[in-house]
Design a protein around this ligand. Sequence first.
Ligand code: NAG
Ligand code: NAG
Ligand code: NAG
Ligand code: NAG
Ligand code: NAG
Length: 674
Amino acid sequence: MILVNLRETSLLILCSILICNFSVVRSDKYNHACGRDNSVNYTSNSLYKRNLDTAQANLISAADTNSSGFYTTSVGNGLDQVNALVYCRDDVQPDICRSCVKDSMNELRELCPSTKEADIWYDECVLRYSNASIFNNVETWPTVLISVQRNASDMDQFNKNLRELLDKLKGEATQQKFATGSASGPDFTTIYGLMQCSPDLSSTQCTRCLDGLMGNIQLCCSGKIGGRIINPSCLLRFTTNDLFYNETVADAPPPQPQPPPTSQSAPVPDDNNTRTIIIVVVVIVGIVVMLLVLVCIFKRKQKKRPATETLLNDNVEDIGSAESLQYDFGTIEVATNYFSESNKLGQGGFGAVYKGTLQNGEEIAVKRLSRGSNQGQQEFINEVLLVAKLQHRNLVRLLGFCFEGTEELLIYEFVPNASLDHFIFDSVKRSCLDWEIRYKIIGGIARGILYLHEDSRLRIIHRDLKASNVLLDAEMNPKIADFGMARLFNLDETQGITNRIVGTYGYMAPEYAMYGQFSVKSDVFSFGVLVLEILSGQKNHSFQNGENVEDLASFAWKNWREGTPANVIDPILRNSSGSIHEMIRCIHIALLCVQENVADRPTMASVVLMLNSFSHTLAVPSEPAFFMPSRIGQEVSSATDNTNSRGSNRSVNSKVNSVKYSINEASITDPYPR
Ligand SMILES: *[C@@H]1O[C@H](CO)[C@@H](O)[C@H](O)[C@H]1NC(C)=O
Ligand SMILES: *[C@@H]1O[C@H](CO)[C@@H](O)[C@H](O)[C@H]1NC(C)=O
Ligand SMILES: *[C@@H]1O[C@H](CO)[C@@H](O)[C@H](O)[C@H]1NC(C)=O
Ligand SMILES: *[C@@H]1O[C@H](CO)[C@@H](O)[C@H](O)[C@H]1NC(C)=O
Ligand SMILES: *[C@@H]1O[C@H](CO)[C@@H](O)[C@H](O)[C@H]1NC(C)=O
């Protein structure tokens, strides 16, 4: 029944996109669309696919050799012709443009694996391909509207200022296909704007396209302090106090009122002397007034937001974000019904989580931190700003933060369907997860981790990946929670050795559990365990095989070696319509991830590749860490042989051993004072 409902919802969403010709999305990082018409598909061994491969290579090599920032290619003829184009923002550096071209192409093909037509928008570039002719045309489907939730202090004034700015930018963009600029908004704010047209459009096409976008402002963004409206052919974006483009490249410096040259030339005739004096006086008065205004602005900010004040000095870009991410404590109290028990969603490793509903109806999840005082507030804010920038559809989005006295709250988007463990370990709900859904979940988790590891600017190692940290949205897409916690809790991310273990035994790689050595490969290990759990529907520790209690990886390995991998698969799946071949391939990938030798484990990038491409041959897995040859109580495996090499780790080590022999989920030692 649940599934039927899901299908209906997605159908509804699809319909509304098709009928209304636009969709409202709130993700900031990127958007994509897999073509208007789902029936225009290609298959994996078609000519179209080969042409697309060539087109991809062409674009990437064009970006490598040419720094113009706009690349097109056409490969093949007739129905199988691939037309592709990509354009970067004029103000991004060539190397960033290059990597955007590469990433966007890879990501789009992953997101839209079989549609002939697809578009993707990144902050830095836009990529499109299609079998239809896409050059020199204005394409307005889909138009995507994105807005920041916050209202401007004086919405009418803001709308007026914004309109003026956008009109001005449109004039410039028509000529250059790109324009940026700023204008003053209400209450001493600055509005920054950007407009861009696909460089192949003519001036009139560009104007028409931008007019179309501006016509939508009322729909999404009226009075909002930030927003974006995009379609495949053009885009516009604005923010308040957040300079998001590179001013030095994009803009000639804003024209300053220059004192007329006469004031500098030697004063000769008497007549001109009085004029010079007047000008000098005017200039001086102007400077004094400007200083006064600056002092006022500074005072205001100081009064309003002591927490973000020091940001003023060193990081102009973040002022806007810090303000727009900070929530009022009273608002959150009301939203969560004063942190009532009935609103409590659960207790995570870093504090309790409550559900809340803001006045505008938006649902949020509030994490009430038990952080101790090992980090200054300012440092904490800085980290929140960084982590909030990590936006991916497989990550739970951090919306903001809130302080009041000793209270520290993190505000997240609310994800409706609880966490994965509520489904896979529940004998009834488990049957809702057919193979198609489980496979989608596995793929989504992999992409989310890949983003954390490689694609985001921060390179984050999750360190506590497990079923209860994977949330499911209304369409059962997985969203990883609790990432970036090491940063927020001031555990050094760049250092590879820590004496504070964050994580859950059973999911932790041996080198991390025992020696505190973490790397992206320790996340890969946890991912492998998670995949085995999703496949088998059994918890790693309480895994039961007849009379034996052993860990899941050992069980999978043993069956793998004996040629009976199907034994690992959840009986519900074994008898379903799902592809056994795919399931066994997933077991294979999981076994590669839990290998004892860190270097043998694949990176998340290759995991994603293996999951996507069946032609990719897989390596033969070696023995997993913690492998137990047969029954409980046997020799400790090789992974723990070095027990005494680091005396201080002995207590951790003995815990690891006990995990192997205990069927209860061992929880971690609490590294933080509560
Ligand atoms: C085309 O592919 C999409 C997913 O990529 C799928 O939903 C759709 O059903 C496919 N259409 C046909 C006709 O196979
Ligand atoms: C880069 O590509 C553009 C558009 O295709 C072309 O006009 C320009 O001459 C190229 N520049 C170089 C250095 O090849
Ligand atoms: C694109 O491909 C689809 C299906 O293969 C075909 O129906 C359509 O006519 C093609 N479009 C163009 C412009 O070739
Ligand atoms: C923003 O303004 C609109 C219109 O006045 C109002 O309905 C909405 O509740 C406001 N939103 C917030 C978050 O204040
Ligand atoms: C802005 O552009 C200038 C000139 O190309 C460059 O030197 C600078 O590094 C850029 N700044 C950023 C933040 O990309």
